[in-house]
Structures are given as structure tokens and as C-alpha cells.
Design a protein. Structure first.
Length: 217
């Protein structure tokens, strides 16, 4: 396949997968719940990765991160968590810590479920797969990071929340930059999981889980 033709195919595929499918779910939410797609997608992508010459299965669990990187990103995530708390306190005070206050059992379950299942699967899709598959389409670091952030944000259109789209766009930039630097999908999954847990802790979970409020009222 010629280079020009390959780029057209990649572009069409990228638009279909990362924009077409979210739009389909947005306009017809009865097709399937978005979270139900994570596990089969993760299995399918693992099979795809195994066919790539430059991929090793251990790449999915590689965690050779320096102590300095752990500390730096830990402080960044903590700082983001504090800012999110202040945001809720100012703009949505009634929802401050709504999940741990309203249903602490689900909140504890979220601590284990979200990082190990949801966050990891999303990082495999929007970082590992996207960076590997569409490298010929987005040749610069800036283009790749923006493509990752925009597609990651747009996938959250299924939650019908502008705030969700805004927060995931900036989170997508942050996570894509860290992935670009470390090439560790497990590490960015840990960061993603921590950010997500902050979201559900401080009182913004309803922007990322359509049915959450009925479980805490």
C-alpha cells in the first residue's frame, strides 16, 4: 500500500473508531453501555499487539519508572486533586464528597475497580494503541498528544457533560505527555486511576457515571 493511500486509510479508521463509535453511542445509548466495551476491546487490542513485531507482551505491564518520576507525578496528581476539591467547593458545594458521604461501600469498590479495570483499559486504547497504530498519521509529538487528548475527551461525550469533556481533554494531554516520555501504559494507568478516584471522591463522579446519583440518594 502506498504511503498516501495508507494515510487515508489510517485517517478514515481513526475517525470511525474514535469519533464514529462515540457518536453512535451518544445518539443511541440503548445499543450498549460504554463500560461494557472495555473488556472485549482490551482483549482484541492485546491480540492486535501480539502481531506487531515491535511489541512484547511485557510492554503492557512494564513499570521501569524512576523514583524522581514517581515523586513528581505524585505531587502533580495530588495538586490536581486539591484543585478539583476547591472547584467543587466553589461551584457545586452540595456535591462535595457526595459519593463517600452517600454510599461509602461503592466508593471503596471504586478505589479497586476504577484503576484496575476502567483506567487501564482506557490507557491501552488511547495511549498504547493510538500511539502505536497511528504513528504514521501523527508524526510529531504535539500532533500525537493532541490526537490522543481530543479522542480521549470525545469518547466521554456519552456522559452528556461538558465538564466531563473539558476535564478529560486536559487529563488526556497530561497522560499522553507522560506516556510519550515513559512509554509505560501501566504507569499512566496508575496516574489515570488516581485522578479518576479523586473525581469520584471530591464530588464530580456524576459527570462520569450517568446513574451515580441514584445510588447515593
Amino acid at each position: 500500500m502506498k504511503t498516501g493511500t495508507r494515510k487515508i486509510v489510517y485517517a478514515a479508521e481513526f475517525i470511525l473508531l474514535f469519533f464514529g463509535i462515540p457518536l453512535l453511542l451518544f445518539f443511541d445509548s440503548n445499543i450498549v453501555h460504554p463500560s461494557a466495551l472495555l473488556l472485549p476491546v482490551l482483549v482484541g487490542l492485546t491480540l492486535y499487539f501480539l502481531k506487531q513485531k515491535e511489541f512484547r507482551l511485557r510492554d503492557l505491564i512494564r513499570l521501569n519508572i524512576s523514583k524522581k518520576m514517581w515523586i513528581t507525578q505524585g505531587f502533580i496528581v495530588l495538586g490536581i486533586g486539591i484543585l478539583l476539591t476547591i472547584f467543587v467547593w466553589i461551584f457545586e458545594p452540595g456535591n462535595l464528597f457526595n459519593l463517600p458521604r452517600g454510599n461509602w461501600k461503592i466508593w471503596i469498590a471504586m478505589f479497586f475497580f476504577y484503576p484496575t479495570f476502567s483506567a487501564y483499559a482506557q490507557e491501552v486504547v488511547f495511549r498504547q494503541f493510538l500511539f502505536m497504530r497511528y504513528k504514521p498519521l501523527f508524526k510529531t509529538t504535539t500532533a500525537m498528544v493532541l490526537a490522543s487528548a481530543v479522542s480521549f475527551s470525545f469518547a466521554h461525550i456519552v456522559y452528556f457533560s461538558v465538564l466531563s469533556l473539558v476535564l478529560t481533554f486536559f487529563a488526556g494531554i497530561y497522560l499522553a505527555l507522560v506516556y510519550q516520555k515513559t512509554k509505560s501504559v501501566l504507569f499512566v494507568s496508575i496516574l489515570h486511576g488516581a485522578l479518576g478516584f479523586f473525581i469520584f471522591t471530591v464530588g464530580l463522579g456524576q459527570h462520569f457515571w450517568l446513574d451515580m446519583m441514584k445510588w447515593i440518594q
